[in-house]
Design a protein around this ligand. Sequence first.
Ligand code: CS2
Length: 486
Amino acid sequence: MPSLNAATLERIAPELRPAVAPGELRPRVVHFGLGAFHRAHQAIYTENAAARSGQPWGIVAVAPRSTGTVRALRAQDCLYSLTERHPAGDATRVVGSVVEALGMRPDAARVEELLATPDVTTLTLTITEKGYHRRPDTGRLDTAAPEIAADLGAARAADRTTVVGRIAAGLAARMRSGGAPVSVVSCDNMAANGAVLETVVRGFVAASPWPDRQAVLDWMAQAVAFPATVVDRIVPATTGTDRETARAALGAHDSVPVVGEPYRQWVLEDSFAGPRPPWELDGALFVPDVVPYQLTKLRLLNGSHSALAYLGAAAGRTTVADVLATGWGQRLVRDLCAEVAPTLPAGGPDPAAYAADLTERFGNPGMRHLLRQIGSDGSLKIPERWFDALRSLRAAGTGTPVLELALAGWVNATRPGEDGGQFLGTTDPAAPALAACWREAAAPEDTGTVRRLLRVLGAADLAEDGTLVSAVAARLPALKAGRVEL
Ligand code: CS2
């Protein structure tokens, strides 16, 4: 069977080919984070925007770390397929909006050149919460984090390993070579993601040894925009079965296919600094204020995803759809959404209708979304998803039984496992600090452990909330025994 590439594309059925001729696109968007989510989300919007406008918006996708996907994409002339898993069956097609794939360090000179090019007006990022290197207590750049400290001292672009450092240095070089305006768009699941990104990039410049750092900061204030965005599409990690599906549909071997649910959404703050792809032509929504959409998505979708992950894994389930098929999965989603809904600002989607859609999306039997994948990096995810809702409900004197159960699920999942990892197979950059919280545990329902864990997450206020801590601790013995009592 041939491999998918520019030469074999013409043998693929016309309706499965990209909406644009890849050769007609130019590198105008640089994206950091070459994971499946980008390839199933922003790459699709960009391809359709280019096709519908006739404008040549092509993406240069940069992998911050591993170069495996870069090599595989290059071998396929940057073509790959997307399979949408509809409950009624699959729909596969080839995506053609990625025009170049680069490794951030091995291809540092090319990345540097692109970041300074006036034709590149839009940078996008999917680097996950941990890519921002924020201090858990202040939310600002952690200049003492080893990778950031090393990047601050790096002499050459090729030595930089963090995307924050890479973008800060790229923006400085852009200013020095003419300073064309540019927009830098965080597509990660964090409240106020635009402001978060701006804070860490400015923090990097301010802490740098560059003699012109103040000039860079002044230029950034007027020429660089950091719009907030809300991205949404469920995209599980690709499996061998997914590769088989792609091969059968295309009649060609694709080593880097992606699969996703049919649903997708993109809401962007309408404050860009220069030309950008007309993503609205593919349904993206440009609004003055994304906050109502952002908090609804983070607290309802991502919030219930994390709850399903920890409670489902405790009950011995493997995927989100497995949990939805239990007696309590749907109820958990609906109850969590109902509990959190009063904390959402007006102007977003209707929470009850949103919750009903979620149970349908999560229950899609074609999707194998692993609980382990969602539960990983919990120390960075759950503060975004649960804590502000928890704080405002408790401040208002409202009960929070579902969030307490969810939090107990996370606490349970941080137990050190026998193999040195986490108890339920999740991974987390804070795993050693979390495991240390269990060392002094007096009993399985020890409140001291709950307090220590919350402090690791920078949530000293919640650790001081005795009623909350006791309610969470009281849930632990049942969860440890695999029982979810909703
Ligand atoms: C998930 C998200 O892995 C996770 O933590 O909650 O990736 C989720 O699937 C997306 O945000 C959906 O848009």
